[in-house]
Design a protein around this ligand. Structure first.
Ligand code: SF4
Length: 867
């Protein structure tokens, strides 16, 4: 590591400095040191001072220079001169001045805000995490609830974040790598070059494997995580719940392994469930009742010692037969035998039994460990899931079933177990700011202390007649919605008598056309907007539908008082340090590039809602006097960043202090990291709240002709098939799925020449992985050009790569390749556009959380035969 020589970040004609900042090539936001020589950034390294990345950078982070210096970057505002919008329409761009651009944008927004602010849709990419504050405040101040992150959420997190929030008060989950001895990953790459806290977790996972942690990866493809695992368990795409439920059944019903004291004290396992599947409640206080084994009677859960709460038995309360929810769950699990799960998942029953036994035994139920003088429960096992398992119709139950493995043995937020990302913080020692801790709702169930999504994961809102175009106010368990762009969106809006339609879009860097589903569906939606403005680095497929394109600054030219969303999102879990890094501009804008944060402030001024925007910033950043923004003052974004930093860390630690130091950090305490024994909250192993939500949604939707499949609203998880599992067409014998290639972030890094070169060297990045034996049975060969055709008749072309490392029924394709925009010439024409195979309608969306079904039953046809 070179010496850090921190000086002013003003570019000079001659300089030689290392400047601390934050990567933004993916949402990992690892802390970086950038070496600037004579005004040119010549190298980027990880910042070893930071807990975010821990001094590491991935290949994408190292290559960020090439994205910044790409000659295809936009440098001037552009106006479309061709009024027609379509996939084959040339926008006929014309360069215009910023004044012209902002005049036009402001006039449109002023008119829409006066008519009905909900006609504005705000889209943003998930890649730039810090943009969340900018665009949520802008949307809130403008008055629109219609905010989206295109493919993010809809593909990756509608289930994962919801359930991590309900069960761990966190955005996501990860093994406690320092102490975990046995981790089982269901369609997740955390710690293996992707996911939250990516670079930090890579080091932690590698150390854990070297220490001897057994790592089992359940995945249809053996690539980034599975290739480093102790054991790869290939399964049929989308059947994760079948395996997890069978493992739960073996542990509880065959081996009798579960953590009774944890279930009694920290979950709703003792709550009595009546014949209507709902809690039996106290007639006056309405608290859920438990059976007190000491008095042999039912009492509210707050009035009985946890150790005296019955977990099993049949009781009569007020004439109703009832059982503790654990008893219900135990009975429910019996039907998920390993033999049943084998038929669904293709994993052998003996393997399922062995995995359950290994997991249950290694959990060491009842054991404790001392960490920094504090005695804590020790459960060194973790089951985690992410995009792969939850991106299906059965999104909720897939993830819920996986996480039940943890909760049955008490392996949740204690030493060695499945951890949320920092759900409890006692705040900075000097200011006490950034303090948040989960709390209990009236039923004793956990409410997150902090959240960053569309709504808190629990308690769910009351479903109501929807007025948001994504209908999250009806489907209250969903965050990001397909109904902004779905082929049946107009039918949906008519069904619910929507009083308005989306007319204007403000887009920040999201490439919707590539990140959601088939391009015809999304193009039809985009073409319908009367006006669209897009902040972009390049002319993407999506910006070609805009009316005005604004040249944004790259992360090496941008300022952010928070590099990501602290601390639920990207700070590594486990012991270590709290760490708040900033991002600072190392280079000036090129041409007329401007950072979107400042442009949004100017638009608010021109449209006339600056006061509302300042108020929204105060609310979003939890600003306290004297740092609260004055309603009428015109602040620059740098001034807002300065105010936020002083608000959190004291008046002496404003923007100048952070520009010099790059970050602030302080030590985590065991009571923060392993918070579960110290906070009196319970989590639901029985989701009683699902039934009333489903009933209320059905009461609104069904009179309007939308049938709600109630099997998705049951309180205990099940395996429910994807559309692809039900396909009966002959010859359609493969399940196409996509995976996230670790050399790429979403779709935009394919324009980066170093990453493109790395992808071309990788035999799989731009090809279609097919099981070698299955290919040979069909006389298909390595490198063969084929059509992959979905049962709905959608087709993509790609070259086959034969391998043993994919399930016999699987076709694995790296996500979001196949660009076609001339504005990204390096990326254009490379790889296979998987999303073209995805339908975008009600039938292909989870009726519970609106997660899109991300697999398709396909057939493979050689190009020469097809032609
Ligand atoms: S993991 Fe993401 S944030 Fe970290 S170095 Fe790589 S691209 Fe940058």
């Amino acid at each position: 590591m070179n010496m850090i020589n921190v000086v002013s970040t003003d570019p000079r004609p001659t300089d030689d400095v290392w400047i601390p900042s934050s990567c933004s090539v993916c949402y990992g936001t690892c802390s970086i040191l950038a070496h600037r020589v004579d005004g040119v950034v010549v190298k980027i390294e990880g910042n070893p001072e930071s807990a975010v990345g821990k001094g590491r950078l991935c290949g994408k982070g190292v290559s960020g220079i090439m994205t910044h210096y790409d000659p295809n970057r936009l440098t001037r505002p552009l106006r479309r001169t061709n009024p027609k919008k379509g996939l084959s329409e040339d926008p006929r761009w014309q360069e215009i001045s910023w004044d012209e651009a902002l005049d036009e944008i402001s006039a449109v927004l002023r008119k829409v805000r006066a008519e009905d602010p909900r006609k504005l849709v705000v889209q943003r990419t998930t890649t730039v995490t810090a943009s969340r504050v900018l665009f949520q405040t802008f949307a809130a101040a403008f008055g629109t609830p219609n905010l989206s992150t295109s493919g993010g959420g809809l593909h990756c997190g509608n289930g994962a974040h919801l359930i991590s929030g309900i069960m761990h008060a966190s955005w996501s989950i990860v093994p406690d790598f320092e102490y975990c001895n046995y981790a089982i990953f269901f369609g997740a790459s955390k710690g293996h070059a992707a996911g939250h806290a990516s670079c930090s977790n890579m080091g932690k996972a590698a150390d854990a494997r070297a220490r001897g942690m057994k790592m089992v990866v359940v995945d249809p493809i053996c690539n980034f995580a599975a290739a480093k695992a102790t054991e790869w368990v290939p399964l049929r795409v989308g059947t994760d719940a079948a395996l997890a439920l069978a493992m739960c059944n073996i542990m509880v019903n065959e081996l009798g392994i579960y953590d009774g004291p944890y279930l009694q004290a920290k979950t709703n396992a003792p709550y009595l469930i009546g014949p209507d599947k709902l809690y039996v409640r106290h007639p006056e206080s309405k608290q859920p009742l438990v059976w007190d084994t000491r008095s042999n009677n039912a009492h509210p859960f707050t009035e009985v010692a946890a150790a005296d709460m019955a977990l099993e038995g049949e009781f009569t309360v007020d004439g109703k037969r009832c059982r503790p929810s654990f008893h219900c769950l135990r009975d429910h699990l019996r039907k998920f035998t390993p033999e049943w799960a084998e038929k669904i998942s293709t994993i052998g029953a003996a393997t399922i039994r062995r995995l359950a036994k290994e997991f249950g035994t290694e959990a060491r139920v009842g054991s404790t460990i001392v960490i920094e003088g504090v005695t804590l429960p020790y459960r060194p096992v973790a089951a985690i899931a992410f995009r792969g398992s939850q991106g299906h119709l059965n999104s909720l139950y897939n993830f819920y079933a996986v996480d039940l493995l943890n909760h049955l043995v008490g392996a949740a937020d204690v030493v060695g177990s499945c951890l949320g990302f920092n759900p409890a913080s006692h705040g900075h020692p000097d200011t006490g700011k950034l303090r948040y801790i989960p709390s209990a709702d009236p039923d004793g169930l956990m409410v997150s202390g902090m959240w960053m999504g569309y709504h808190y994961p629990y308690p769910p809102s009351e479903p109501r007649l929807p007025t948001n175009i994504g209908m999250q106010d009806l489907f209250v368990l969903g965050m990001i919605s397909p109904f902004l762009d779905s082929t049946d969106r107009e039918e949906m809006w008519e069904r619910f008598d929507f009083p308005y339609r989306p007319e204007v879009m403000v887009n920040f860097g999201a490439n919707l056309l590539m990140s959601i589903a088939n391009k015809e569906a999304v193009a039809a939606s985009l073409a319908n907007y009367k006006f669209m403005v897009s902040f972009d680095l390049f002319l993407t497929e999506t910006s070609n539908f805009a009316d005005i394109v604004l040249p944004d600054c790259s992360y090496l030219q941008s300022l952010d008082s928070r590099s990501n969303f602290p601390f639920l999102f990207n700070l590594p879990a486990g012991m270590g340090e709290w760490c708040w890094p900033i991002r600072q501009p190392l280079l000036p804008p090129d041409g007329e590039q401007r950072q979107c944060a400042d442009v949004l402030l100017e638009i608010a001024d021109r449209v006339g809602f600056r006061a509302d925007l300042n108020a929204a910033y105060n609310a979003s950043l939890n600003m306290q006097a004297p740092h609260r923004l004055d309603r009428e003052t015109r602040y620059s974004y740098a001034q807002i960043c300065d105010a936020e930093l002083k608000n959190n860390f004291g008046p002496e630690r404003g923007l100048d202090w952070f520009k010099e130091h790059g970050l602030i950090k302080w030590k985590k305490k065991p009571e923060e990291v392993y918070w579960r024994p110290f906070v009196d909250v319970r989590v639901p192993i029985y989701w009683e709240f699902m039934l009333p939500i489903g009933a209320k949604i059905a009461a609104i939707a069904e009179p309007r002709g939308l049938k709600i499949p109630m099997e998705y609203y049951e309180p205990m998880p099940d395996f429910l098939p994807c559309v692809s599992h039900c396909c009966q067409k002959p010859d359609f014998d493969f399940y196409a799925f996509y995976y996230r290639d670790v050399v790429h972030t979403n779709s935009f890094t394919m324009e980066n020449p170093w990453l493109d070169e790395a992808a071309r060297l990788d035999p799989f990045s731009y090809t279609v992985a097919i099981n070698a034996a299955e290919a040979r049975k069909r006389s298909l060969h390595d490198g063969q050009l084929v059509w992959i055709e979905s049962e709905a008749g959608r087709k993509v072309k790609g070259r086959l790569k034969l391998t043993e490392a994919v399930h016999p029924e699987g076709l694995g394709i790296a996500a979001m390749c196949g660009h076609w925009s001339d504005g990204m010439p390096v990326a254009k024409g490379k790889g296979v556009f998987f999303n073209e195979l995805l339908e975008l309608d009600w039938e292909h969306v989870s009726p519970a959380n609106m997660s899109l079904d991300l697999c398709a039953k396909v057939r493979v046809v050689p190009v020469e035969v097809a032609s």
